[in-house]
Write a protein that binds this ligand. Structure first.
Ligand code: SF4
Length: 194
């Protein structure tokens, strides 16, 4: 598909997300946060859900966790131009609580899967436990899988911690830095490498 067509379809999905009332999270949101990045992104970064700053701006990862993520990306020379950044749920859960199972199911089946199909990224980076469980199944744990590549249904996932957790725990910050070194090497490989 031509990039212009994909970009238009991705923007159509974003418009739908901004109007979506498919789950209860629409009731308390200010702005839905569809995600941002090119339709031909090689990498999708997937978090849990928008926080306060994201809810106020409609943009993903623009708060403290987003700034930390930017530093991690820069440390590996990974340009944001290569990335599409989004979340499992597109509307902020009240008080930043964890999204509920039915909210995750509704939002991923209605929007996320369609975004991923359209972008068809080389790698999806799962940031944190919620994203890992949503894409890899209920038994997936970040503490066991971080820093590794997992294949599911023809898609390649790289698992790591959520940057927000790194702001609370030094040991997670150290682990996240190590994981991003692995990710940097992985993304430096030629496209057809395993
Ligand atoms: S979280 Fe997702 S499914 Fe729920 S209202 Fe927002 S966009 Fe719709």
């Amino acid at each position: 598909m031509a990039i212009e067509d994909s970009s238009e379809q991705l923007e159509n999905l974003a418009s739908g997300i901004r109007r979506c009332i498919a789950c209860r999270l629409h009731e308390s949101r200010r702005l839905a946060v569809p995600g941002e990045g090119p339709a031909n992104a090689e990498i999708v970064l997937l978090g849990e859900g928008p926080g306060g700053k994201e809810d106020a701006t409609g943009r993903p990862f623009v708060g403290p966790a987003g700034r930390y993520l930017d530093k991690l990306l820069q440390s590996q020379g990974i340009s944001r131009n290569r990335l599409f950044i989004t979340n499992c749920v597109k509307c902020r859960p009240p008080e930043n609580r964890t999204p509920r199972r039915d909210e995750l199911k509704t939002c991923t089946s209605t929007w996320l899967e369609r975004q991923l199909e359209l972008i068809s990224p080389r790698t999806v980076v799962l940031l944190g436990q919620v994203a890992a469980r949503q894409m890899l199944g209920d038994t997936a744990t970040v503490s066991e899988l971080h820093g590794t590549v997992q294949e599911r249904d023809g898609r390649r996932y790289f698992v790591t911690y959520h940057p927000a957790a790194a702001l609370r725990f030094d040991w997670i910050a150290a682990t996240l830095r190590e994981d991003f070194e692995v990710l940097g090497k992985l993304l430096a490989q030629p496209t057809d490498s395993p």
